[in-house]
Design a protein around this ligand. Structure first.
Ligand code: AMP
Length: 560
């Protein structure tokens, strides 16, 4: 079975295809979402998801999150003194999802379709693939997130040609994609976004309002107090959706501070964030050569599209109601699972051809004549432009710039700068040409870029018809079997916690955190319940553990 995985910035999900359609697989805690958070303690014990997130306020130095943003970069995260690359942290999340799926399905899971943001370049896609390999998963295919969402919405089943806009506002990233379904081909026409805009920023606004109202300064709070405040603000943010006003309470020092924020007040404070949403929407439309009125459907994905403030803004912006029949958190994973089924040629799903866009410009270095007889070299000439649908093939004719020039060097570059030196060098090809006065000889440079990030460069001398070819495999930094095995071995000191105790661990962590937040009598009472639960855990008596945990959970619910 090929599972579908949404490896998100904030949360990750895993899904599979059943006779009744795609389904989300619950994690070991029985929940659909697994926070993309990893914690490693001094002894090398690994915690993933909710438990790792709960450790954030107690042991911040052992926790990493939002590492998806650094995929494909050299950034290193230090947890309990040990260093990890983003794809290694991602692999721990994937491994946890894989184990949950295996225990749920009762079979081994070795193949997956993993979703990636449409704007992820080759390097970041390769890093994602490597994360899969490190988790013991063969990554059958990567699907872009908006395409996966569109597939999940069943748009691939439409008979009519449709244009839609996928609006994805997650915890920390924002993407807009324009897709088009045309004769059974589902095509990403354009993507745009903001890597630093998401639900967390809307939480940040509430934090600021709280601080203002209480006359506090974030810099004066301890790290733990800050974590606590963000947690409370996050809760308030989700609640404000339906209410006129919301109260944020937080223990600062010895005192519980409180602030009331009204919906309109919150909306006004979010004005800058909402304005930031407008730009990528405009850019994606103009890159696709479309107007807002050309869009037939708007799909919302990403947890932060649940915010009333965002929804209200979108209705004003688009002047129509977005399609919200899907759970915005689940659409991408479900779409990836459908893609997995397509890949397996499951007869229940019709195969649609999914295309993608090139997320960066590919071109070559040229000399330009900026005035009669005056030349400037080192300029960049785009051949396949950003957001071109791939597979794509484009040809550019280039002329000689000197008399009796007998060769041309074709340098292959990737990037958006007007200057070759600022773009990424991918390779070069030398071509011989017959001598002639300048401008009389020419070459046709053809770039063909396919969905697997293979770029074929063909240079044809126009006068002689002689051609030369080169294939560039992106920066193929896929690891070899041995390299993967070696790194897996290096990571093997990590001790993955037994699955069955996850719930107990989570309750204990939550209790410890609340103990730290509580004072006086409440604190003592909590301590009593925690000790009772710990004693039950030591006894190993299953029933006793269950009872004590339930009792403790009830107390915690009440506290919170
Ligand atoms: P994602 O990255 O798609 O999982 O989205 C996570 C973001 O969605 C976080 O910033 C959450 O605070 C936000 N979020 C989740 N549920 C809600 C809700 N009911 N109301 C507002 N924001 C939400």
């Amino acid at each position: 079975m090929i599972v579908g995985i949404d490896l998100g910035t904030t949360n990750s999900l895993i899904a599979y295809f059943t006779e009744e359609g795609p389904k989300i697989i619950p994690n070991r805690l029985g929940r659909p979402l697994t926070p993309s958070v990893v914690s490693v303690d001094e002894e090398g014990n690994v915690y993933v998801g909710e438990t790792a997130r709960e450790r954030m306020s107690l042991y911040p130095d052992t926790v990493a999150q939002t590492f998806k943003r650094s995929m494909g970069t050299d950034r290193v995260y230090t947890l309990s003194g040990r260093r990890y690359r983003p794809e290694e942290l991602s692999s721990l999340v994937l491994k946890s999802l894989k184990e949950d799926a295996e225990s749920y399905l009762g079979e081994e899971v070795t193949e997956a379709v993993i979703s990636v943001p449409a704007y992820f370049d080759d390097k970041r896609r390769k890093a994602t693939k490597r994360a899969g390999e490190l988790a013991g998963l063969k990554v059958e295919r990567m699907i872009s997130e908006p395409t996966a969402a569109a597939v999940a919405y069943g748009l691939y089943d439409k008979t009519r040609d449709t244009r839609f806009l996928v609006f994805d506002l997650g915890g920390g990233t924002f993407d807009v994609s324009i897709l088009e379904l045309y004769h059974n081909i589902l095509e990403v026409r354009a993507v745009a976004g903001d890597n630093y805009l998401g639900g967390e920023d809307f939480t940040g606004v509430l934090v600021k309002l709280f601080l203002q109202k209480c006359g506090l300064n974030l810099g004066h709070l301890t790290e733990k107090e800050q974590v606590r405040l963000y947690r409370q603000a996050e809760k308030a943010k989700c609640a404000v959706s339906g209410e006129d006003k919301v109260t944020i309470r937080c223990l600062i020092g010895e005192e519980e501070k409180e602030a009331v924020v009204g919906y309109r007040e919150y909306e006004a404070a979010c004005a800058d964030l909402l304005a930031k949403i407008r730009e990528p929407v405009k850019k994606s439309l103009s890159d696709a050569g479309l107007r807002l009125s050309d869009i037939d459907e708007i799909l919302l994905i990403g947890g932060a599209t649940r915010l009333s403030i965002v929804r209200d803004f979108l209705i004003r912006l688009f002047r129509k109601f977005p399609d919200t029949k899907m759970n915005p958190d689940e659409a991408v994973a479900l779409g990836a699972a459908i893609q997995g089924a397509m890949k397996e040629r499951n007869e229940m799903v019709k195969e649609v051809i999914l295309t993608d866009v090139c997320s960066f410009t590919l071109g070559t270095e040229v000399v330009v004549e900026y005035e009669e007889g005056k030349f400037e070299d080192g300029r960049f000439c785009p051949i396949i432009e950003r957001n071109t649908v791939i597979p794509a093939s484009h040809t550019e004719r280039l002329y000689t710039v000197r008399d009796n020039q007998d060769r041309v060097r074709v340098r292959v570059l990737q990037g958006e700068s007007r200057f070759a030196r600022n773009n990424l060098f991918l390779g070069e090809l030398d071509v011989e040409i017959p001598k002639a006065p300048k401008g009389e000889e020419a070459i046709d440079v053809t770039y063909t870029y396919d969905i697997n990030s293979l770029l074929e460069v063909e240079v044809k001398v126009v006068s002689t018809g002689k051609t030369q070819k080169m294939i560039i495999k992106g920066q193929d930094n896929t690891m070899t079997e041995e390299e993967i095995e070696k790194r897996m071995e290096e990571l093997s000191y990590l001790k993955v916690q037994p699955r069955d105790q996850e719930e107990n661990r989570l309750v204990l962590l939550r209790a410890e955190r609340m103990y730290e937040e509580a004072l006086g009598e409440r604190r003592k009472e909590l301590d009593r319940y925690i000790m009772r639960f710990e004693a039950a855990l030591k006894s190993g008596d299953h029933q006793r553990i269950e009872d004590a945990r339930q009792e403790l959970e009830e107390v915690l619910e009440e506290e919170e």
